[in-house]
Ligand binder design. Structure first.
Ligand code: NAD
Length: 491
């Protein structure tokens, strides 16, 4: 057990759940209980919505955009100063390498700063409709936002929702994943310390089926911002439809990584390792299908498998660990099941058998970086989101087939194209139905760059100016300018 915030944060107060219930959250890498956390129920969601509504109509509504920006920048500064402690908490709760958690906290800092900068630039448009009428538009906050986030980038995903929502004047009820509630509660505490008024950011850890559904259904919540699995997003959209609340969805992926024979193979190997194995493959934008042109296939496959075997898997708190544990034993079992299925369906295991770990780690929660070669693009392992350090290799003959395979999947979140032909890179990028495509770079998510999905990867764009549309309503105001009263009925 560690010293970490474990209560609900409602109306500026750390509280026990009204039922008194708690749940245990774990340190998956070491196979230990980490903390007992207050488990919110529907009555706590009701209290959080009441607090958020009160703050929306009260203290936060009275806060000028400049003051909102200042508070967000202060919150960014607090996160920045406490990166090490937050990264340790995140790493223990998630199993991810601590240096990766620290990098993600810096992204959260940059995200808060990005949106702080937009708070004073929420411009509308003016328009002379005709000689007698002028109109202008206002961008007003949607109201109370229910934010439901996953466990794979806990604090960063919270910041992706909290920053644009608060910059535009909304208040929030934030539900972290039960596997990783700790840094979200800490974020709520730091928001208070940064001067964000009580009730503006409420945090209610608890089970998705109860607390998440209560948020999606709540008539006092105006918008749900969700990140998680496609099946959960579909359910949330259905529940939210009853009250016609606004919904934005950042969902799953099965993103392609296309290596043409004219690419710099060394660069493609190094970049492709990052694109799948960062966060132990538990990334929505993981490029988990490597498509390789026939002529380059053998050279790429052997070089990639060698490098994959060389990645150090181990204690997430060690600086030289590249791959920590997965989020839980049960998730690791699911990932191992996918590997067995991929091999049973005719794939060749090029890397991934055998894992030697140091003392004190729970081996059942770890999966070695795995490469399965010779996979058909329509096989299950190439179509379903594995969400672990597992990548498939599939051959293609030419550009048309590469594009066909890239798009032949229900998701459309990300893609990478490796080629020495600049025109081809852009041509292929234009044909791929995905929200973000890297050409000769594995990095596709930066504050300032739109992030979101096509197809069953969801709708809405975060991390960029487009996100302001997700958190504002446009209001048109019209003014008569004629000196004579209009008399359209001629009475
Ligand atoms: P998940 O869908 O199981 O859970 C996400 C959140 O939804 C959790 O807080 C959970 O408690 C809650 N939830 C579960 N059932 C619910 C319900 N019926 N109603 C309301 N809320 C409910 O996802 P996960 O396993 O935590 O995260 C992994 C998934 O997230 C992957 O599919 C991944 O691709 C996706 N993801 C997408 C993005 C993106 O930006 N597109 C980013 C990160 C993760």
């Amino acid at each position: 057990m560690i010293d970490a915030p474990t209560k609900l944060l409602i109306d500026g107060e750390l509280r026990d759940a009204q039922t008194g219930r708690t749940f245990t959250t774990y340190d998956p890498a070491h196979g230990r209980d980490l903390a007992n956390v207050a488990q919110a129920g529907t009555e706590d969601v009701n209290a959080a919505v009441t607090a958020a509504r009160g703050a929306f109509e009260g203290a936060w509504a009275k806060t000028s955009p400049a003051k909102r920006a200042r508070a967000l920048n202060r919150l960014a500064q607090l996160l920045d100063e406490q990166t090490d402690a937050l990264a340790e908490l995140e790493s223990r709760n998630n199993g991810k390498a601590k240096w990766q958690c620290a990098a993600e906290i810096k992204v959260a800092v940059a995200t808060l700063e990005l949106f702080a900068g937009t708070a004073q630039h929420l411009y509308g448009r003016s328009h002379v409709v005709n000689p007698s009428v002028v109109s202008y538009t206002l961008r007003e906050p949607v109201g109370v936002v229910g934010a439901i986030i996953p466990w794979n980038y806990p604090l960063m995903m919270a910041a992706w929702k909290v920053a644009p929502a608060l910059a535009t004047g909304n208040t929030l009820v934030l539900k972290p994943a039960s596997a990783t509630p700790l840094t979200a509660i800490r974020l709520g505490e730091l928001a208070l310390e940064a001067g964000i008024p009580a009730g503006v950011l409420n945090v209610v850890p608890g089970p998705g089926a109860e607390v998440g559904e209560a948020i999606a259904a709540h008539p006092g919540i105006d918008k749900v911002a969700f990140t998680g699995e496609t099946s959960t997003g579909r359910r949330i959209a259905q529940v939210a439809a009853q009250s016609l609340k606004r919904v934005s969805l950042e969902l799953g992926g099965k993103s392609p990584n296309i290596v043409f024979a004219d690419a710099d193979v060394d660069a493609a190997v190094i970049g492709s390792l990052w694109a799948i194995y960062y966060s132990a493959g538990q990334s929505c934008e993981a490029r988990s299908r490597i498509l390789v042109q026939d002529e380059a296939y053998d050279a790429f496959a052997s070089a990639f498998a060698e490098k994959a075997k060389s990645l150090s898997v181990g204690d997430p708190l060690n600086d030289d660990t590249k791959i920590g544990s997965l989020i839980s034993r049960s998730h690791a079992d699911k990932v191992r099941g996918f590997v067995e299925m991929g091999v049973a369906d005719g794939g060749e295991l090029l890397a991934g058998d055998g894992l030697s770990l140091g003392e004190g780690l729970d081996g059942d929660a770890f999966v070695a970086p795995t490469v399965i070669g010779g996979v058909a693009n329509d096989s299950r392992i190439a179509q379903e989101e594995v969400f672990g350090p597992v990548v498939t290799l599939t051959r293609f003959a030419d550009e048309a087939e590469a594009v066909k395979f890239a798009n032949d999947v229900r998701y459309g979140l990300a893609a990478t194209v490796w080629t020495g032909d600049g025109a081809r890179g852009h041509r292929v990028a234009q044909k791929i139905r995905s929200g973000a495509i890297g050409i000769n770079t594995p990095f596709i998510a930066f504050p300032g760059v739109p992030f979101g999905g096509f197809k069953e990867s969801g709708y809405g764009r975060e991390q960029s100016i487009e996100a302001l549309d997700l958190y504002t309503e446009t209001k048109a105001i019209l003014q008569g300018t004629s000196p004579k009263a209009a008399n359209p009925l001629g009475v």
